[in-house]
Design a protein around this ligand. Structure first.
Ligand SMILES: [Zn+2]
Length: 155
């Protein structure tokens, strides 16, 4: 269900929008390959009309599927926008497009979700990253001892 406000419904009273929006509709273009947003966005918003603008306030939440930048472990991160507020002008140069008396809030939501994405997702604050593992050194050591064995045989 698109996140739309019907202005006619707003004339009488404030509106409450509550529900879920599929991630596909939110259409986030995430450039970070460590973050995937494929789960629905939950929202609970209150909309009022104020001086030829919409004032939208409420909470949004989305579970992200991330990969830790340090240890590459997949993990989930809950993205919560508490007390989210957006002011949508209905007049003037930056007025929001109105289609069939409806204003689509999706672009505003999309923009703010993108801003709130973790910059470097880490599975836990103290993640130590990949364990130091150097097969090269170990191989060298094994070779060395193998040569030592050969030398012993020659003697
Ligand atoms: Zn990690």
């Amino acid at each position: 269900m698109p996140l739309r406000v019907n202005l006619r419904h707003l004339e009488a009273r404030d509106l409450r929008l509550e529900g879920e929006m599929p991630a596909a509709e939110l259409d986030l273009e995430i450039r970070d390959e460590m973050i995937r947003a494929e789960r629905p966005l939950k929202y609970d918003l209150r909309v009022e009309e104020l001086h030829h603008a919409l004032l939208v306030q409420g909470e949004m939440e989305m579970i992200l599927d991330c990969e830790c930048v340090r240890c590459l472990k997949p993990f989930q991160q809950r993205l919560v926008l508490k007390d989210w507020t957006v002011h949508v002008p209905l007049q003037g140069d930056d007025k929001a497009p109105v289609d069939n008396d409806c204003v689509d809030l999706t672009p505003f939501v999309r923009e703010d979700i993108l801003l709130e994405l973790p910059r470097h997702p880490v599975c836990e604050p103290g993640c130590a990253g990949l364990k130091k593992f150097s097969p090269k050194t170990r191989g060298k050591q094994e070779n060395k001892s193998a040569w030592a064995e050969l030398n012993k045989l020659k003697l």
